[in-house]
Design a protein around this ligand. Structure first.
Ligand SMILES: [Cu+2]
Length: 403
């Protein structure tokens, strides 16, 4: 008789005769008992589902990438030329032609503009004839002449420079301005122009209107606010007219202003040179990239021929930053301003005054030793374009000093 084995009556081991599915069910039940909640267990169906999800995800991803690439190619194909147009305009960074490159072009003879402050006109009403003229002149000695649009004041035209003279009145004065846009052939005006006074309180649409060549316009107002104010052409595009030269200074002296030994006027102004002898370069104006930044209409002119003052005398310098677009940081090397009045704000012990385009005022100082005292915009990149001058005392050594 065959010997029975223990196995015959012993319960079958769990592994034998049990399907995978049964094992999984048991496992779930056991975990529910021990952990008190159902636990995810991977079944064959789950495995199949997961594989399907992976395949579907892969297909979707591939589709998305392909679609993205197609859209990308379409969009960038259209956008590429626009991006190039939005970049810097090369005309805005063209170097100014030099004097040597301007052979054969006629231009006005340079004359040093006297920086001594002119007197206020006589009479109860202060009358100014303001002549608009267009002319070809240099604005810095090394560069080609350029066509500048300027104002002349009571017959003074500052020909040979790009500057326009100042007007001076006293607080409370009634003023009468006669704008003449090209009073004769010599004024060579081919454009409509206008004038806007920052010192006035009038309706711009009535008084700052554009007039055709050969026409005149009278503007009257009461100069009630003291300071150094800008006047400029307001004809569109204003940037073109102001950048081509049509800016200047109107000084309204406060009543009872203490006398000083010497009063000077100093207007900072930008020039944007186009073709030699031609109109100014509008792209350079838009890029705020002037070729020249000058005091009183000609770069470096008061360094080439300094302004003479006396040691120890009290100097009042009237300042305007006529822009049109660059800030000024006005500073005199070798002195400290005892007093400043900029846009109505009084300052003392000042090293540099900060003038936004159109802002102005005055500074008072003395030069305590014999010598040459450079004055600059302390934005030195702008100084190198021509915003440099020198105040030299009468006893200054002829050599040295400088800047
Ligand atoms: Cu104008």
């Amino acid at each position: 008789m065959a010997k029975s084995t223990d196995n015959d009556n012993a319960p079958a081991p769990e592994s034998a005769g049990t399907t995978t599915q049964e094992r999984e069910v048991r496992e779930i039940v056991e975990r529910m008992i021990t952990q008190g909640r159902p636990v995810a267990v991977r079944t064959q169906r789950d495995v199949n589902r997961k594989t399907l999800i992976w395949i579907l995800s892969g297909v979707t991803l591939l589709f998305t990438i392909t679609l993205g690439l197609l859209i990308g190619i379409t969009v960038f194909k259209d956008e590429a030329p626009k991006a190039q147009v939005a970049g810097p305009d090369p005309r805005a960074y063209a170097p100014a032609p030099t004097l040597e490159q301007a052979k054969g072009i006629k231009f006005e003879k340079y004359q040093w503009p006297d920086p001594a402050l002119p007197a206020t006109p006589a009479g109860p009403v202060k009358k100014f004839r303001i002549d608009v003229f267009e002319h070809v002149t240099q604005v810095r000695a090394d560069l080609a002449p350029t066509r500048v649009w300027s104002y002349g004041i009571n017959g003074e035209l500052l020909r040979g420079t790009g500057g326009s003279p100042p007007m001076v009145v006293t607080e409370g004065d009634k003023v009468q301005m006669d704008l003449v846009n090209g009073g004769s052939m010599k004024m060579d005006v081919v454009m409509p122009h206008s004038i806007d006074f920052h010192s006035a309180e009038v309706a711009p649409n009535k008084d700052y209107v554009t007039i055709l060549p050969g026409k005149t316009k009278r503007i009257t107002f009461l100069a009630e606010h003291p300071g150094a104010f800008m006047y400029h052409c307001a004809t569109k595009p204003v940037l073109m007219h102001t950048g081509a030269g049509m800016v200047g200074m109107m000084i309204v002296k406060p009543k009872n202003l203490a006398p000083v030994d010497r009063e000077l006027w100093m207007t900072q102004q930008e020039f944007y040179i186009g073709e030699a002898g031609g109109n100014a370069n509008y792209q350079k104006m838009q890029a705020k990239n002037p070729d020249v930044i000058a005091f009183n209409g000609f770069g470096d002119q008061y360094a080439t021929k300094p302004i003479t003052v006396a040691k120890g005398e009290r100097v009042r310098m009237w300042l305007l930053n006529a822009g049109p677009s660059i800030w000024s940081a006005f500073h005199v090397i070798g002195t400290v301003f005892d007093k400043t009045v900029i846009e109505g704000t009084v300052g003392r012990d000042v090293q540099t005054v900060n003038l936004a385009p159109s802002q102005g005022g005055w500074v008072e100082f003395t030069l305590d030793e014999e010598g040459k005292y450079p004055f600059v915009t302390h934005a030195f990149g702008d100084m190198e374009r021509g915003a440099l001058g020198i105040l030299a005392t009468k006893g200054a050594p002829k050599t040295g000093g400088g800047h």
